[in-house]
Design a binder for this molecule. Sequence first.
Ligand SMILES: C[S@@+](CC[C@H](N)C(=O)[O-])C[C@H]1O[C@@H](n2cnc3c(N)ncnc32)[C@H](O)[C@@H]1O
Length: 508
Amino acid sequence: MNRWDKCKAVCFRSFKVDKIVKELCDWLKENDFDIESKSSLRLIQSENIFEGRCVLSNKNFEPNSTLIEFPHQFLINYRLSFKIQGLVEFFEWYNENYLKKNNLENHLKLSRLDALYLLILEQRFNPNSHLSKFIYSMPQSYDTPEYFDKVIIDNLPQYLKFDVEKRIDKFNLKFNFVKNLLAEFSKISTDKKVENLVENFNKENFRWVFCSVNSRCFHAKETEICDQDDIVLANKYFGVLNESDGELNRSINCNSMEEYEELNEKSEEIRNNLCCIIPYLDFLNHSNDSNAYAVFNESDKSYTLKSQEQSDFSETKLVNKDEQVYITYGHHDNKTLYIEYGFILEENIYDKITFNFRDLKKLIQTDENSEKFIWQCAIQKNLINDLSCNKQEGPSWSLLKLLDLIHIFNDDFKLLNSKQSKKSKNSNLELNFYDIQHFNFVKELFLRILNNFKKDFIGSLDRLNALSVNLKETYHFKMSKRLVELYLEIIELNINLANDEQRWAMLF
Ligand SMILES: C[S@@+](CC[C@H](N)C(=O)[O-])C[C@H]1O[C@@H](n2cnc3c(N)ncnc32)[C@H](O)[C@@H]1O
């Protein structure tokens, strides 16, 4: 897009945004929250067209001041679905006919997150909806991979494709499960709202609500937002949510990588069930260097947006007049931003390549018991949480230590001759977990994995470049290609680092 096109697009969008903002502010006012008089913030179309809409400050704020407080009633989570008669009937029917009768696997159960999807969809198509003006303020479509042309996904490197496909599978599984349940329920329901919801529950609409919630939610504890009565109902329909169940610090008790990955997924699922959307605050964009943060306020159950606190260690990023207010969505690498939010950052200090179980397994050429032992050590010694390399520091210490371990047990390394290594094959206790012992072998393994990745990424770039001209004009294509290039840069920088004897030796 050239500068003129960009300018035209911004003007057009700004016009639309004004109308959306007005509706949203009117809606808040109708619900006793006059945001225009209460706050020093305003919503506009960002000058960076790819950022969409954004929140701007009308004045300078001191560090640690309150920018705005959102009353509890505007925190939208599953509990509001219990106020909709048709949905409550559906949950009751599901409880009686499914939950009690079948021993369902977790992914085939309704969850709190599904209740939030259903609430927003029901309200979107309900002519008397309480939330319709807020829902109108949400984007009509998204830039997350659920919206991509499949050809783009098919031609991504395995590193990205695997997670993108996993996400799309999850979406499809959820869609089919809820659709079938609703279809069965509609046979016995006479509620007009349910009829309406079933009619509108198609793939396109579910995709929209799936992405709306996932890319615009905050996370808040159930006990912070819900009354005890809501929690009792939620436990009945969706099971008890033990918020500490999925905590990763319990990974230490895992005995295998499969168990560890399961725990990881469970922890993500629990977090997803804590999703809540806060109108207006869902317009805040992300920066790694944010000037604000949002926090739950226990005393009055409100959600507060605050300017950053003064820090003794780094320069405090201030909220200044007419500048954008940013929060941080988390210390996300570009793969996560791409999949969860549909954008990437050119300069992302948290960007890295994280090697997973399957990538590293390819390096292990040993017997089953030794392999099991390697993974158990990796989990128990907590190496598993950061098996990555980045642009600034190269490989993480955990990755180097794991490669050191892999090398000791690898039949491939015929040079293996140190007494310590042979002894350590038989005894966990004798393994040294504090230093890396064989940095030349580690280098060889590191280069093996990087070169595999490089081949995959270069192949992907070639295939992407060969796609049709029309597709290459799309934002989804451009963002995907740029992401592949940025990762290729990380791979090449790390290959150079490993090949530079002096710099490599300095890592140990
Ligand atoms: C919570 S919403 C923020 C409001 C959004 N800009 C809008 O117009 O509704 C999150 C979405 O904003 C966009 N976004 C947020 N931060 C961004 C950034 N730093 N660069 C580009 N897009 C960003 C992405 O599309 C993301 O999925």
